[in-house]
Design a protein around this ligand. Structure first.
Ligand SMILES: Cc1cc2nc3c(=O)[nH]c(=O)nc-3n(C[C@H](O)[C@H](O)[C@H](O)COP(=O)(O)OP(=O)(O)OC[C@H]3O[C@@H](n4cnc5c(N)ncnc54)[C@H](O)[C@@H]3O)c2cc1C
Length: 356
């Protein structure tokens, strides 16, 4: 076991935003036994345990993490045909976009709009990863986990995961309780691509001359290329040669507010964006940030707002402290102007909330 434990490991390179100090212990988990070892180590040393996937939605403190970071590297990907569908079983350490690519190559529909999202499979149920009119809640069959309290394996059906916009039980009431080891997705063999999102429709027109691209593997690949094109133009694909992609993606989720409050915002601000969803009106966080006086490309020392996306806070050589100060400034201004609380989308692993 000693060989698999590393001490004092810099965490910044393990995240896409490249921030944070060292981890006291890092355990690379290639199987469930390694995960149980990491759990045992955290008990033995009486320190917190943090689960790390691809680090694309994580900001570590400048001081680092005084506990055990379990880096999930479980591998395995299988496809099982079941009538008109295929069950795709992916271990938590599989790279999400590679699973998307492999599925599209087999002509399977259901996750094509989620092309290019960084990170690993195990994190996808946490915040019900989504983009361009699709989210994983639409296709997840079940999620297998290890219960940190007992070390036992527990599987949750889709319904039991209580998925909603950018959230699930794993990010809310069960935060810090379950470690995802495997996710199964039920994809469709009909190969009918999802083209719901106006931006995707417009870009398909531009790239292929029509939105009517039909069905089949080629049509799915067209949607993937279109989505990747859109994402690259917003620095939303991690690319070492694009400094604006040194981020966590969107730093704030779109707030869902009451219809009454939305009316108030509408009355005071022209051109506000929002649409009715379950539980209220979903406002555009990007619009709120811009209305609050923050602009794309704005720099605050060595961190800033991406010139290509008003919700992406980018590290241009700064610190976590600087980054979070900018996030707080934006949150305060939006609260002051609209009485709306912008929630952080990434997970900030800070000393005072270090039990993750
Ligand atoms: C450029 C860019 C674009 C992005 N675009 C999108 C987008 O379009 N849509 C979207 O939804 N997200 C987007 N994101 C956010 C991010 O990619 C996703 O949230 C992704 O699922 C995170 O995966 P990860 O493996 O990197 O997670 P990490 O950052 O490693 O972890 C995120 C959280 O999940 C927990 N976690 C990770 N793995 C496990 C596991 N196996 N078991 C239990 N808990 C676990 C961690 O403890 C942490 O709380 C983007 C990020 C970047 C950098």
């Amino acid at each position: 076991m000693q060989d698999t434990i590393r001490r004092n490991v810099p965490l910044a390179p393990l995240t896409t935003i490249n921030l944070g100090g060292p981890a006291r212990f890092l355990v690379v988990c290639k199987n469930e036994e390694d995960i149980r070892r990491a759990l045992a180590l955290s008990h033995q040393e009486n320190v917190p345990l943090h689960i790390l996937g691809g680090g694309s939605n994580t900001v570590f403190a400048d001081e680092g993490f005084q506990g055990v970071v379990a880096k999930i590297e479980l591998k395995g990907l299988t496809f099982t045909e079941e009538n008109e569908t295929v069950l795709v079983s992916a271990a938590a350490g599989e790279v999400w976009d590679e699973v998307v690519q492999a599925s599209l190559a087999k002509g399977l529909a259901g996750i094509e709009c989620l092309s290019g999202i960084p990170g690993l499979v195990g994190a996808t149920p946490m915040q019900n990863v989504g983009a361009y009119g699709q989210d994983v809640a639409e296709t997840i069959e079940d999620v297998t986990t290890i219960d940190r309290r007992t070390g036992k394996s527990v599987t949750f059906t889709n319904a039991a995961c209580t998925f909603a916009y950018r959230v699930s039980r794993f990010k809310k009431e069960d935060l810090g309780t379950y470690i995802v080891t495997n996710v199964r997705f039920r994809l469709r063999r009909d190969a009918v691509p999802t083209i719901r999102y106006p931006q995707v429709q417009a870009q398909l027109e531009k790239m292929y001359g029509t939105v009517d691209i039909g069905t089949g593997q080629e049509a799915l690949e067209k949607v993937r290329e279109t989505v990747l094109h859109l994402r690259r133009s917003k620095s939303m694909v991690v690319n070492p040669s694009d400094p604006h992609s040194r981020s966590c993606g969107s730093f704030f989720t779109n707030p869902i507010i009451s219809a009454e409050k939305a009316k108030l915002v509408q009355a005071t601000q022209s051109g506000q964006q929002g649409y009715t969803v379950k539980g209220g009106v979903k406002m555009s966080a990007a619009w709120l940030v811009e209305q609050a006086g923050f602009a794309r490309g704005q720099r605050f020392g060595n961190v800033g707002i991406s010139p290509n996306h008003s919700l992406a806070l980018v590290n241009y050589g700064g610190t976590t402290k600087e980054l979070l100060a900018v996030a707080t400034t934006i949150q305060k201004k939006v609260k002051e102007l609209f009485d709306i609380t912008l929630e952080l989308e990434p997970v900030a692993v800070l000393p005072h909330n270090s039990v993750q």
